[in-house]
Design a protein around this ligand. Structure first.
Ligand code: HEM
Length: 210
């Protein structure tokens, strides 16, 4: 009973933050980049293709996360899982490559550049490895790598929680931001590795193919 309650809460939190942050990220479509994303508006002017590819497609990958983790959908509609998986993969490849370019060219300093840059490389690497394993039919290894990929996708959520927390703690933005460029994904990856090492304690079921 308690486990079911916890699982429902976890599922609710996941849907709320993934869909919420994805929709919030598209706010520039309504309000414009200058007004809604002032601190990264220079990217939109200097490298519009990379910027718009990233801010349009990275939220697509994020919004697909709860669907791809939905065990019932995977079991009942495997074709939908595969089609959404392809969309997730394409969204990650394009927005990861463009995110890498934004990281290399960021004006937030070298610590932020390196943090976001390494995140982009790992995001692309884990996702492409997961997709390659799915194509090879190795479902167990595919799930393990996709959990790592999703942990990195969720950096978008942790970052958008950590930025306001930094503001509440009155840490100057220029000090907080480079730290957050690391803090938004390193703990996620550690949690993913812990989940993968103790699979029986997690809700992620790594079942052998039937
Ligand atoms: C996981 C790999 C990711 C990397 C490496 C990455 C990298 C970046 C970089 C470097 C910037 C510019 C920041 C700056 O120069 O100060 C940026 C901005 C942005 N990214 Fe990502 N990103 C990633 C994932 C995501 C995801 C999954 C989303 C989905 C919501 C997302 C949405 C955005 C948005 C909306 C912006 C514009 C600024 C803002 O609203 O915060 N990114 N990203």
């Amino acid at each position: 009973m308690l486990t079911t309650g916890l699982e429902w809460t976890r599922t609710g939190v996941l849907w709320f933050f993934t869909i919420g942050v994805a929709v919030f990220s598209w706010r520039f479509m309504v309000g414009g980049v200058e007004a809604t994303m002032e601190f990264v508006a220079y990217h939109a002017q200097l490298r519009p293709i990379a910027f718009f590819a990233h801010v349009i497609l990275a939220p697509v990958a994020l919004a697909l996360v709860p669907f791809q983790l939905w065990q019932g959908l995977r079991d009942r509609r495997p074709l939908v899982h595969r089609l959404m998986g392809r969309a997730y993969g394409m969204a990650v490849v394009i927005s990861g490559a463009s995110g890498l370019w934004l990281a290399v060219t960021t004006e937030a300093g070298p610590v932020a550049a390196f943090g976001f840059g390494l995140l982009a490389v790992l995001w692309l690497g884990t996702t492409l490895t997961g997709i390659r394993l799915a194509m090879r039919g190795d479902r167990i290894a595919h799930r393990r790598w996709m959990i790592r990929s999703i942990a990195l996708t969720l950096a978008a959520v942790t970052l958008r929680i950590q930025i306001p927390v930094g503001m509440i703690l009155e840490i100057p933005f220029d000090t907080a931001y480079p730290v957050i460029a690391w803090l938004c994904w390193v703990p996620n990856l550690i949690v993913a590795e812990l989940i993968l090492r103790w699979p029986r304690r997690s809700t992620v079921r790594l079942r052998a193919p039937a």
